[in-house]
Design a protein around this ligand. Sequence first.
Ligand code: GLA
Length: 391
Amino acid sequence: MQSTRLKTVQDAFSEQYGDAPQMVVRAPGRVNLIGEHTDYNEGFVFPVAIDREMLVAASVNGSDKVQAFSLDYAEVDSFDLNDIKHNDDHSSWSNYLRGVVDTLQKAGYKIGGFNAVLSGNVPQGAGLSSSAAFEVAVATVCNAFFDLGISGKDIALLSQKAENQFIGVQCGIMDQFISALGEEDSALMIDCKTLDYKVVPLKLSTSGYSIVITNSGVRRGLVDSEYNARRQECVEGTKGLSELTGRPMNSLRDASVEDLDKHGASLPDKVLRRSRHVVSENQRVLDAVKALESGDIVRFGELMNESHESMRDDFEISCSEINTLVELSQKFKGVAGARLTGAGFGGCTVAIVANDQVDNFKEVLIPEYEKLTGRKAEVYVCSATAGAGPQ
Ligand code: GLA
């Protein structure tokens, strides 16, 4: 994290409340290397916590009130801990704050009043989990101030619950999990069925490759309705395959490639394609982790490319701008693989690029993309950071 950002948040806190903050917590955004729309199907994901984050400077205030100032929106909010309501007069940030505090209280945790200043540099609406970073940062502040003893996994689950129930977005567990539990210079292979995970070192400084995120500049428009539609189609796939195989299934995690080969033709075409994405994507995550562990970056990249194809054609969550970015990236010298990352319908791509080609990648890709789409892309070369914690 840049120390200037830390200082800005600390100074803003002192100005707002007349004293230095007792604590500053950081929670990162994420980029998912492979394993998309598998988390809510009890499958595998492989995300990385990145060096874009939410910062919350805070002090307890000894009252029953939370007072907050968003540096990014230049807005204040305050609410009573005994009466937390949805706030429709503010930008969405205040509902993320209220949602997490409310969810913790409803789970039986005792929270006291606090003052906070919040600021983030995870691009919003870009598929890099700015909202999960926000939620996890607030939950981490409460955990530390009020000695709640909540584990990292439970911070993730409670933050997801806030997003599902208070905000009303039916996301899976991936984003909050990696923001809470990410590890430096590593990706996490998370089994979203058991919530067991494996830390896989990326060795970015010695591998010769960088993780390069490109923001298409297309905000994820349809994401809420389309996300819920995909979830529903996956439920239909599970139901159909349970009946066709005679094996009761809880989720698409329980289906195999052989099940689809044998019975897929009896499913409605759309349901078959959605199911095929999830089942094959789970296998790709397992294969990708193996490839990375054996230092086979070429195979890792191929799996990323296959993942993109599957998202584009079977799961249908890409869009023309993202496809353009991915095609340009994949053709580029020194690129092992590239794909859409996150929920889809806009947002970002992720590519694995040889270090000595990164500058070239930026210089050529940005104008090419603009020529083809009329949009300005932003490129972030990111490092893999630790999950949430006090600074
Ligand atoms: C969003 C959701 C995640 C996950 C991804 C798609 O980021 O919040 O839970 O489903 O989309 O992989």
